[in-house]
Design a protein around this ligand. Structure first.
Ligand code: GLU
Length: 453
């Protein structure tokens, strides 16, 4: 069996043994396809059954979360923590609270996290968790009771050298506070068992901004390699959560113009540039719909979801130089890719995890659009999470400038690693292949050193 057939065979077995996990197969297929040139050259990964092992989570925890809503009714949700791979350090990855969360979604995210975390060159393994709990429309006390109930089970499985969760979609500073508080109550220990903590109680300066800022730094490094820069570019950004907000903020400071943002109900198009203050007030403070943005800025247009073109999204039909998909998985489709190409887009830089569908990626690359894969471009968040862990462990606190300087350097090093690796394997500039091989090689080499575990 050649390397290609071998990877296909493992993927086929995974489909058979864990049915119905489409996003997980999508993520695994992309990684395994990228690895073919490496497997052809280096036989030890096959000899040590690395693919057979890395595709299986070391541990999967699924639990019932029982909590009481404001009317006194008992509610139930499913909770997950997938501890995917600890070859490089404690499991590290966020928690997602969203109605679409299933085991397949958590596994796709946890699998991506292994390679993303390896790429940062820091000591962190890969994991992910979450719940199908829908925070939308819930009161603050319902959110608190849910987080407490979630931690009632999760606390037995995490620890600052074991597994360190953080935020993701639906889990921000507020939820991290409630989760940490309940852990402390249950264990009587004040430890860095989550990241994204409040600045006053163990959090790191710059963590909140890190994924968005890091994504913009990555885009700049990528453009520079091709003799371009962000300055003066029109940038379309999707999403209005933590990643999108700080992508938009950093784009302004780099002299670019972020012209869009979006939420689950619609897109805002503001040609003169999205006003970050208004966006933060609506999303971080008020937790309201983006419709309000257009009321406050009459020169901006609100395009409701139902006006999206067939199979595509309004955000990507607006002409831009650079696209920053920063909302969720599979949000940029083939229809969107065609629009972006027609409008002369030069770079798609993934702020979210796996936001571009495989056929859209192929189309973009075939048409000469540069592509920054999420597991490289959005690794700034988890990288600064590791800096938070380092500060907690040494009982130190670094300044915002110190963290931001390190983040800039980490993003440069991730870009260089992915780029150089793509060159090494004969497809210069293919950062998907470069990031997958570089991340895999680091985790896999550690697994080989540690024997058959
Ligand atoms: N959820 C983020 C990610 O997708 C951050 C994880 C973390 O900070 O641990 O990488």
């Amino acid at each position: 069996m050649n390397a290609k057939e071998y990877t296909r065979e493992i993927l086929r077995l995974i489909r058979q043994t864990s049915p119905g996990q489409e996003e997980f197969y999508q993520a695994a297929t992309e990684v395994f396809e990228s690895l073919v040139p490496l497997l052809e050259e280096e036989h030890r990964y096959r000899e040590h059954s690395i693919l057979e092992r890395i595709i299986l989570p070391e541990r999967t925890i699924i639990f019932r979360v029982t909590w009481m809503d404001d009317s006194g009714k008992i509610q139930t949700n499913l909770g997950y923590r997938v501890q995917f791979n600890s070859a490089l350090g404690p499991y590290k990855g966020g928690l997602r609270f969203h109605p679409t969360v299933t085991l397949g979604i958590v596994k796709f995210l946890g699998f991506e996290q292994i390679f993303k975390n390896a790429l940062t060159n820091l000591q962190i393994g890969g994991g992910k968790g979450g719940s199908n709990f829908d925070p939308k429309g819930k009161s603050d006390s319902e959110i608190m009771r849910f987080c407490q109930a979630f931690m009632n089970e999760l606390h037995r499985h995490i620890g600052h050298t074991r597994d360190v969760p953080a935020g993701d979609i639906g889990v921000g500073a507020r939820e991290i506070g409630y989760l940490f508080g309940q852990y402390k109550l249950l264990t009587a220990n004040f430890e860095g068992i989550v990241t994204g903590k409040g600045i006053g109680w163990g959090g790191s300066f710059g963590r909140k901004e890190a994924t968005g800022y890091g994504s913009v730094y990555f885009a700049e490094h990528h453009l520079n390699r091709h003799d371009m820069e962000l300055k003066g570019k029109r940038c379309a950004v999707s999403g209005a959560g933590n990643v999108a907000i700080y992508t938009i903020e950093k784009l302004h400071s780099m002299g670019a113009t972020p012209i869009t943002c979006s939420d689950s109900r619609g897109t805002i198009h503001h040609p003169k540039g999205i006003d970050v203050k208004t966006l933060k007030a609506i999303k971080e403070v008020g937790r309201e719909s983006l419709e309000k943005y257009a009321q406050l800025h009459p020169d901006a247009t609100y395009i409701p979801l139902h006006k999206y073109p067939e199979g595509g999204h309004a955000t990507w039909s607006i002409p831009c130089d650079i696209a920053f998909p920063s909302a969720t998985q599979n949000e940029l489709t083939i229809v969107d890719a065609k629009n972006l190409v027609n409008n002369g887009c030069k770079l798609v830089n993934e702020g979210a995890n796996m936001p571009t569908t495989p056929d859209a990626i192929d189309y973009l690359r075939e048409h000469g659009v540069l592509f920054s894969p999420g597991k490289a471009a959005n690794a700034g968040g988890v990288a600064v999470s590791q800096l938070e862990m380092a500060q907690n462990a040494s009982m130190q606190r670094w300044s915002f400038a110190e963290v931001d300087t390190r983040l800039f350097g980490i993003m440069k090093s991730i870009f260089d690693t992915a780029y150089e690796t793509s060159k090494e394997f004969g497809d210069e500039g293919n950062l998907i292949m470069g990031a997958n091989i570089a991340g895999f090689r680091r985790a896999a080499d550690a697994m080989i050193d540690m024997g058959a575990v």
